[in-house]
Design a protein around this ligand. Structure first.
Ligand SMILES: CC(=O)SCCNC(=O)CCNC(=O)[C@H](O)C(C)(C)COP(=O)(O)OP(=O)(O)OC[C@H]1O[C@@H](n2cnc3c(N)ncnc32)[C@H](O)[C@@H]1OP(=O)(O)O
Ligand SMILES: O=C([O-])CC(=O)C(=O)O
Length: 369
């Protein structure tokens, strides 16, 4: 094999593995999650349903959903040592790094850490998903000098997550919108973070290590970190004309505009972004102030006209989180919490049918003397 013949920068279009979990079906313009259209799921199902679909392979019936919710809630509490470790982190630590550290600490509590069987891996995934709202919110709170907050098991999984973030019980509409953001973020075929987690899992390393690597991958602003970057950009101005000017200046300076473009959807809008745009409209209507929506739409028009680029999910998820009262440093950790469902499914699939990832290089160094 001549390695230069198979070299594709950024692995664009390269098939990395076989999976039964999801596919970005570009021909049918659908996101296929185990045979279900993600956008359809976002209209009819909840994040808990998605967790079940991703980990068990089919949608739950009512009693299965009830059992799942109970199981997640049974794991809400996080060992006290995790909190203590978070308290020792330097104050400028990002919540993503807090989240990554907490997941690493949890590995030490797993008495079956060397067991990679499907059943144990699944139990481990449910436990982690139960713990993630507290890990996520409390990483942020501790790093910002606030007292950790306790989960409220009386609320649904998503309502509790949002309650822990904002300190107040969400309205039904707020809960639905937050839940649908989690569902939309939960799985997306083979992004960098999923690839990272599968590469780590392929050495027979454990789920905590594979997830910690995925947090690090997702933190970058070319991936999950873009949702925070979008909100910082929107906050630089408070008017439509100001935002238009800001975008034009950035484009003149050849800067990348966060929240636009996608490795797979380069010529059209990410279908998930359309759902979040609708949620933003509803939140703006409730508030009686459309400014944020109008700013986003103006940005969308400029990018279409100037670059032929369209919004990805992060572009509209960011202002939705802002309207829901979510602090900006929690946007990417929330993305990770939700994505952990898809990541765990991929790690389990990798462990179940493993082949070590070990590619080759196109060597550009000195010849042997
Ligand atoms: C949920 C998610 O993780 S979605 C992704 C979130 N990330 C972002 O929003 C960050 C901004 N977007 C980007 O950086 C890119 O579009 C990526 C990383 C998502 C995809 O990257 P790639 O597939 O490698 O495309 P690449 O970066 O090579 O872009 C192709 C061309 O479009 C341009 N382009 C792509 N995205 C943008 C953007 N957001 N702003 C300005 N120009 C862009 C590039 O400059 C490049 O132009 P050139 O050919 O003239 O050099
Ligand atoms: O698919 C990708 O490369 C990035 C993305 O949109 C996601 O992870 O949700």
């Amino acid at each position: 094999m001549k390695t230069e013949e198979t070299f594709v920068p950024g692995l664009k279009g390269v098939i990395a593995c076989e999976t039964g979990i999801s596919l970005l079906d570009t021909e049918r313009e659908k996101i296929n999650i185990r045979g279900h259209d993600l956008i359809d799921l976002s209209q009819k199902k909840t994040y808990a349903d998605m967790v079940y679909l991703l980990l068990e392979g089919s949608l739950p019936d009512d009693s299965e959903r009830e059992k799942l919710e109970k199981k997640l809630k049974a794991h809400y509490d996080v060992p006290a040592n995790v909190t203590e470790v978070l308290e020792m982190l330097p104050e400028h630590t990002h919540a993503m790094d807090g989240q990554r550290t907490a997941i690493s600490v949890l590995a030490g509590y797993d008495e079956r850490i060397d067991d990679r069987s499907t059943s144990v891996n699944k139990e481990r995934a449910y436990e982690l998903l139960g713990q993630l709202p507290a890990i996520t919110v409390n990483s942020y709170r501790i790093l910002h000098g606030k007292e950790p907050v306790k989960p409220n098991p009386e609320l649904s999984y998503s309502a509790n997550f949002l309650y822990m973030i904002t300190g107040k019980e969400p309205t039904e509409r707020e809960e639905e919108i937050f839940d649908s953001s989690l569902l939309l973020y939960s799985e997306h075929e083979m992004p960098n973070s999923t690839f990272t987690s599968r590469v780590i899992a392929s050495t027979n390393s454990d789920m905590y290590g594979a997830l910690s690597g995925a947090v690090a991958s997702l933190k970058g602003n070319l991936h999950g970190g873009a949702n925070e970057a979008v909100m910082h950009m929107l906050k630089e101005t408070d008017s439509v004309s100001g935002f238009e000017q800001l975008m034009k200046t950035k484009l003149e300076k050849k800067e990348k505009i966060m929240g636009f473009g996608h490795r797979v959807y380069m010529n059209r809008m990410d279908p998930r972004a359309l759902v979040m745009k609708e949620s933003l409209k509803q939140l703006c209507d409730i508030k009686g102030d459309n400014t944020l929506l109008e700013m986003c739409e103006a940005g969308e028009d400029i990018m279409k006209e100037e670059k032929g680029l369209y919004p990805n999910l992060d572009y509209y998820a960011a202002p939705v989180y802002w309207m829901l009262g979510v602090p900006i440093p929690l946007y990417t950790p929330i993305f990770f919490s939700s994505r952990a469902a898809g990541l765990c499914a991929h790690i389990i699939e990798q462990h179940d049918n493993n082949r070590l990832f070990r590619p080759r290089v196109k060597y550009t160094g000195k010849e042997l003397e």
